[in-house]
Design a protein around this ligand. Sequence first.
Ligand code: NAD
Length: 414
Amino acid sequence: MAKGKMTAFEEVNWQFDRAAEQLAIPVEYRSILRNCYRELKVQITLRRDGGKLEEFFGYRVQHNGARGPYKGGIRYHPTVDLDEVRALASLMTWKTAVVNVPFGGAKGGINCDPRAMSEGEIQSLTRSFMRKIDMALGTYRDIPAPDLNTNAKMMAWMMDEYGRKHGYTPSIVTGKPVALGGSKGRESATGLGIFFVGRKACQDYGIALRGAKVVIQGSGNVGSWAAKYFHDGGAKVIAVADVDGAVRNDAGLDVPSLLKHLAEKRTVAGFPGGEAFSNAKIFSVPCDILIPAALNGVIHEENVGQIQTRLVLEGANNPIDPHADQSLFERKIPVVPDILANAGGVTVSYFEWTQNLQQYYWEEAEVQQKLEGVMNRAYSEVHEMAKARTVSLRTAAFMVAIQRVFEAVKLRGI
Ligand code: NAD
């Protein structure tokens, strides 16, 4: 591997190339499978509450649609750019293929900081973005969902904006509020999916789940639900970090109280049931299971050496750069990759989409039971591939996914 910083899209393609090589995918197809099909960049202007006019850029990238309509979240973050959105769109192609749901991969985002905006400003920005990418969307074309700093409320605005032009179309976005056609169990799905694959990985790698020490970066949708399910499953969540701080208790944090604190304060900072420490030190806390569930690129050459864990479950997308990934592989620390570990969200998004199309809704227990089946099967397929080919779980997951997408591309006569 060449040293030096790769872009996010180069990182994903580096992983892709390793798996494509293992599968001996013909070279002319590798480029087709690596690159994105359609890329949209739009200018969005916003009159701030104080009267100031501001400019933002929004993106929607469709990576590969051979297996079904494009599917992927929309993130709001100041660092969002085309390269990052391409990387995340590509990951969605491989993610939907690993869990074998009939979608392609897409991603979108706006380079804004919603924490510095009023709710009215966020709504205006969201509606304006939706109008500008409308032509690339559709129930059978491209279906957005929430991601970093976006949530069910914003999906409701997006559905409403799309409906003004096209009529009632709940299947145009997933991750909606249940009262507007969202699926029961969608909000918790990514965290629960991480728990399902984590439980299977613990069995395979000889880690007792009961009493296992869990460390989590991120206390948002993914991190908080993961904390809940690991706690309910008998593990000890000993440290959680977010953008505003970090809290640690080696005897195990009282997760129900922590979740109550989070619901009120939106951060773990100030939680009285543990010791506060610098969020920059989260990866140096010794544990059995480490779950990065915040941002991409957070584990890299400079901090990977601090990690003392027996298993990594990638809650966030692309949290580990290829150098750090290689170093963990050499240290024999298994990493359940993002395209498998956090695929519970898109799996229940698929369930939401099918419920919307049928206008027939399922109970939460049914959603969770079906999710468990999908995640367990996907994990087993990836683990089998890793064993059979003596590759990392990440390379194996890419291999399972690439095989499926490549077959679909070829069957379409491309
Ligand atoms: P979220 O906005 O609900 O939460 C993000 C969390 O990250 C917050 O707790 C925030 O404080 C924390 N964070 C931000 N910057 C940080 C920093 N510098 N240090 C420590 N913590 C920091 O987002 P989410 O939906 O939980 O998504 C988290 C990650 O999981 C993203 O990478 C997203 O792409 C990925 N993901 C989300 C879903 C989903 O269903 N929500 C599905 C798949 C993958």
